[in-house]
Ligand binder design. Structure first.
Ligand code: ATP
Ligand code: MG
Length: 264
């Protein structure tokens, strides 16, 4: 069965006209779907909508989202709490900024676990955090728990963000620009890390990125958005080699590696 079905959704903020229309895709276990497109095309809006976390009165105004076959519009607040974190989890576009610089990673990690598992003891929460950091290939989890963000490199901070999102081994990870705030050499490590999550935990990943090279490398299926609409959608090779829209073709032409078929 599909883990997630996004069925022809439109999204509206307040009384504004819909800023996203007609977005559909399905996620099976271990599948990676890449969403690409220019700034303001609605990528973040789509992934936030899936998790019911749209700011500013945003809502799905048409269509529906099914998680494990269940319509998420019918969820109670407590069902949402269960699903967020343990069923679906998100790496936010500004996740670096979300880690508070004046508190240790450990105290914030502990608080995150407490929200999702209020009954877990402090010792168990600590062990779970260190274990997850280690699984994310962060050496010396104990030391990271004691650290402040300024003591970690950009790549390490990003891994801490991924670790937080993977703590309860969600079936679905929504990753909003997970590699954009870090330099190119570390980007490659983060990409490998996410591919590994798919191998080891069969995590399905919705990957939002400006970087069409990263999307082309990682995705099974790609969605190209512009002005809140889907310009192209299909399996990766079809979108890369037989794009329907002029916009997608222009986007691909702007990336020399793709023209040279390095990723295809
Ligand atoms: N909080 C908000 N209130 C009202 N409208 C919003 C809000 N956030 C986004 N929008 C609308 O949704 C559109 C898409 O924004 P979104 O952040 O989803 O784009 P994006 O593709 O993620 O861009 P970027 O690549 O810059 O992250 C915006 O152009 C804006 O019209
Ligand atoms: Mg965005």
């Amino acid at each position: 069965m599909d883990i997630l079905n996004v069925q022809n959704i439109s999204i509206q903020y307040g009384n504004d006209p819909p800023c996203v229309t007609g977005v559909s895709f399905d996620m099976t276990e271990g599948k990676i779907v890449g969403i690409v497109g220019e700034s303001g095309s609605g990528k973040t809006t789509v992934v936030r909508a899936i998790l019911g976390l749209l700011p500013g009165g945003g809502r799905i105004s048409e269509g529906r989202v099914l998680f494990n076959g269940e319509d998420m519009a019918t969820y109670s607040e407590s069902r949402w709490r269960d699903v967020r974190g343990s069923g679906i989890s998100m790496i936010f576009q500004d996740s670096g900024a979300m880690i508070n610089p004046i508190r240790t990673i450990g105290s914030q990690y502990y608080e995150y676990i407490k929200i999702h598992r209020p009954d877990m003891s402090k010792a168990d929460a600590y062990a779970l955090a260190v274990d997850t950091l280690t699984k994310m290939r962060l050496p010396d989890g104990d030391n990271i728990m004691k650290s402040y963000t300024y003591q970690l490199s950009g790549g390490m901070r990003q891994r801490v963000g991924i670790a937080l999102a993977m703590t309860f081994e969600p079936k679905l990870l929504l990753a909003d620009e997970p590699t954009s705030a870090i330099d190119v050499t570390i980007q490659a490590q983060i990409v490998r890390q996410m591919m590994e999550l798919r191998e080891r935990f069969s995590t399905s990943i919705v990957l939002v990125t400006h970087n069409i090279g990263v999307a082309a490398y990682m995705s099974d299926e790609m969605i190209v958005m512009q002005y809140g609409k889907v310009m192209d959608r299909g399996d990766r090779d079809t979108v890369l080699n037989h794009a329907k829209s002029e916009y997608t073709r222009q986007l691909l032409q702007a990336v020399p590696e793709i023209g040279g078929k390095r990723y295809v």
